[in-house]
Write a protein that binds this ligand. Structure first.
Ligand code: CA
Length: 230
């Protein structure tokens, strides 16, 4: 799960980045409204934690732009302001929840989980399936042909990405940004190693082979067009 934090106060931003990172999220932190606006509009985030008072583009405008562009990414407003009008305005503009600073981190986390669950129920299936490979998103379990496959957290995230975008060639740079909190570095073969490990678990001993390498482009997961020679 990938979150965007838009927060101009360094201490709060760092606190959020670290806390949410430790809670298992991949986190991008925009330190001003302009970057936040750009990332929210162009990135593929599961949720945005949005400070209202920003020096350049404020939170109201960011959420309005998002909704006007038809993006339904859940937005949790964070604000030091605590008037009824502010809350109403935030919710009217399309924010999904509103938390007043200072807040307890546990409360923030609980609300994030609620919003993510709500979004998932509305928009996404509870499990993904390609051939006999099944990923149970609720129970965080993978199986093939009914046999349980033990995956690490990163392997699960990688497989989830490949299955959600079944049949689509995913460049390494996209995989890096979605599964690892890093930008693509051509010297690293982290992705290739991770794919190799995942393949060994998901495809070795099974037919057809689902994880495919598209030379010079990336990886995709699908049932192959031609029968598997093995
Ligand atoms: Ca602020």
């Amino acid at each position: 799960m990938k979150l965007l934090i838009v927060e101009d106060e360094p201490k709060t931003g760092e606190y959020l980045r670290q806390g949410l990172g430790e809670a298992g999220f991949v986190v991008d932190w925009a330190r001003n409204g302009l970057d936040g606006h750009h990332l929210a509009m162009s990135g593929d985030y599961d949720l945005v934690v949005l400070d209202v008072m920003l020096p350049d583009i404020d939170g109201w405008r960011i959420v309005r732009s998002l909704r006007e562009a038809g993006r339904s990414t859940p937005v949790l407003f964070l604000s030091a302001r605590d008037t009824v009008e502010d809350r109403v305005r935030g919710l009217e503009l399309g924010a999904d929840d509103y938390l007043v600073k200072p807040f307890a981190f546990t409360e923030l986390l609980a609300r994030i989980h609620t919003l993510l669950r709500r979004g998932r129920v509305a928009a996404a299936p509870e499990q993904l399936q390609v051939a006999d490979l099944v990923l149970d998103l609720q129970r965080r379990r993978a199986s093939r042909g009914g046999a349980r496959i033990a995956l690490t957290g990163k392997e699960f995230a990688l497989l989830e990405l490949l299955m959600r975008r079944r049949g689509e060639v995913l460049p390494r740079s996209l995989i890096a940004s979605q599964v690892w909190d890093m930008n693509f570095d051509s010297d690293t073969n982290v992705i290739d190693v991770a794919i190799r490990r995942l393949r060994a678990k998901v495809d070795d001993g099974y037919s057809p082979k689902l994880i495919q390498t598209v030379r010079g482009m990336g990886y995709l997961l699908d049932v192959p067009d031609t029968p598997d020679p093995s």
